[in-house]
Design a binder for this molecule. Structure first.
Ligand code: ZN
Length: 280
């Protein structure tokens, strides 16, 4: 019986390796472009965009560059630089389309979260530098899947890219999505990876960073509890913490940022389409 089970196991593994749906393409600021390169029977090329390494996966017989586009990008012509194994440089250009993100106005009762003191600002600056460095993490490992699962159950209460005003003051645009849920709701890894940092930050509250490989990084914020340590490996769907309301929040929710080649991109592009049907 054991011997007979082997071909089935091999078949199942083979199927799961084949099924690696790419994220949905959306060539706008905060979106993703996917650029087919050479045959995947050759070694993977090294790709750069804006001096950052770019994620490359094999799909449909070709290497594909999966490029994150920063929210601050102006529409127009852009290019990636591709080095083949002989070290020859090639440029692949693409066009970024304009996108007008909606406004969102929020009222924050805790004034320190809108007008931080000088001391708080010093802490915020330190933390932003740590966070900025984490988003530039590059780990050279092949990705078996780019299909995320939603990290917590609940309604998508705030979508990506909203131009935000806190108490009528303009602030940074919303660089992730929010999933509303009661404090204590389990938060899971949206994709396998390594915990590269955990901490408690002024705006982001209790936070976990997961390095999924090749510059693809998840940041999960406002947790009430963190259940993983730096260096741990987590599988897709493995519990890493619980929803809370630490940091700058108007109620308990999970904020989830996805960073690709140091660009914050819309996490919804990595979720199955039906997962987004319950957004408000
Ligand atoms: Zn948020």
């Amino acid at each position: 019986m054991r011997i007979r089970a082997w071909p089935l196991l091999v078949l199942l593994l083979g199927t799961s390796v084949e099924a690696q749906p790419l994220p949905r393409e959306n060539p706008v600021p905060g979106g993703i472009v996917i650029i087919p390169l050479g045959s995947d029977t050759e070694p993977a090329p090294v790709v750069q965009y804006d001096n950052q390494r770019v994620l490359v996966v094999s799909h449909a017989g070709k290497w594909q560059a999966v490029v994150g586009l920063p929210l601050s990008l102006a529409p127009g012509l852009q290019a990636i630089q591709v080095s083949d194994r002989e070290g020859q440089q090639h440029e692949f250009s693409f066009t970024v389309q304009p996108k007008n993100y909606a406004e969102q106005r929020l009222t924050i009762k805790d004034k320190r979260m809108v007008e931080p003191s000088a001391e708080d600002l010093a802490r915020i600056t330190r933390e932003q530098e740590i966070i900025r460095q984490l988003f530039t993490t590059w780990t050279d490992r092949p990705l078996n899947s780019l299909q995320f699962s939603q990290p917590a159950r609940g309604r998508i209460s705030s979508i990506f890219g909203l131009r935000r005003f806190f108490n009528d003051e303009p602030r940074q645009p919303h660089s992730g999505i929010d999933i509303a849920g009661p404090t204590g709701t389990p938060v899971a890894a949206p994709l396998a990876g390594t915990i590269v940092e955990t901490g408690e930050y002024y705006f982001n509250g209790k936070t976990v960073f997961i390095d999924h490989g090749q510059g693809l990084i998840s940041m999960l914020n406002h947790l009430s509890r963190i259940l993983v340590r730096r260096g741990a490996h987590v599988n897709t769907g493995e519990k890493i913490g619980e929803i809370g309301m630490t940091g700058r929040v108007t109620g308990p929710h999970l904020h989830w940022t996805v960073s690709l080649n140091n660009s914050r991109v819309d996490p919804a592009l990595f979720l199955p389409q039906d997962a987004m049907d319950n957004k408000n």
